[in-house]
Design a protein around this ligand. Structure first.
Ligand SMILES: [Zn+2]
Length: 165
């Protein structure tokens, strides 16, 4: 069906960028954090947080056959809301929205329709700093583990290991 054409002087609200959209656009245009910022972040973060950041992903336990899921809300569209904490860093919560199909009050199908992360304060870098790449996190972790050790000794260990291999 053809839509009637109309001239709008002001875009309707739904076509204006949302605050969230602007933040995302800001993130997309953001620069990368410099290594000193990443080093500082890694120095104050837990090993578990560094592990998640170096992989660039979190771990959320899957629903199990033997353990039912529990929900803590319902969206306006009728999806059930489940929140689950990353079991590695315990700093990031994933909010999941599940579409539940049922027949005569019996659940017949569960579909995950949407999921987004919620970050604990301090998990993300400082506002205004760029984004941290997993590789930068790994370099910072390596530096922190090796800082101030004798290079000669470390190198000798590597050479000896290669000889005896
Ligand atoms: Zn995590």
């Amino acid at each position: 069906m053809a839509e009637a054409k109309s001239v709008r002087l002001v875009p309707p609200a739904e076509f204006l960028p949302s605050i969230q959209g602007e933040q995302q656009a800001h993130i997309a245009g953001a620069t990368w954090a410099d290594q000193a910022e990443v080093d500082h972040y890694v120095a104050q973060a837990s090993d578990e947080t560094v592990a998640c950041r170096s992989r660039g992903r979190h771990f959320y336990e899957l629903p199990r056959k033997t353990e039912r899921m529990h929900f803590s809300g319902v969206t306006p569209e009728g999806f059930l809301i489940r929140t689950i904490l990353c079991s590695v860093c315990t700093k990031v919560t994933r909010v999941e929205e599940w579409d539940v199909r049922h027949k005569r009050d019996r659940i017949v199908r569960m579909d995950l329709v949407r999921a987004y992360p919620k970050y604990a304060p301090g998990y993300l870098g400082k506002p205004g700093q760029g984004r941290m790449k997993p590789r930068q996190i790994q370099s910072a972790a390596g530096t922190s583990a090796m800082h101030d050790l004798s290079y000669r000794e470390v190198r000798k260990e590597a050479v000896d290991a290669a000889k005896s291999a």
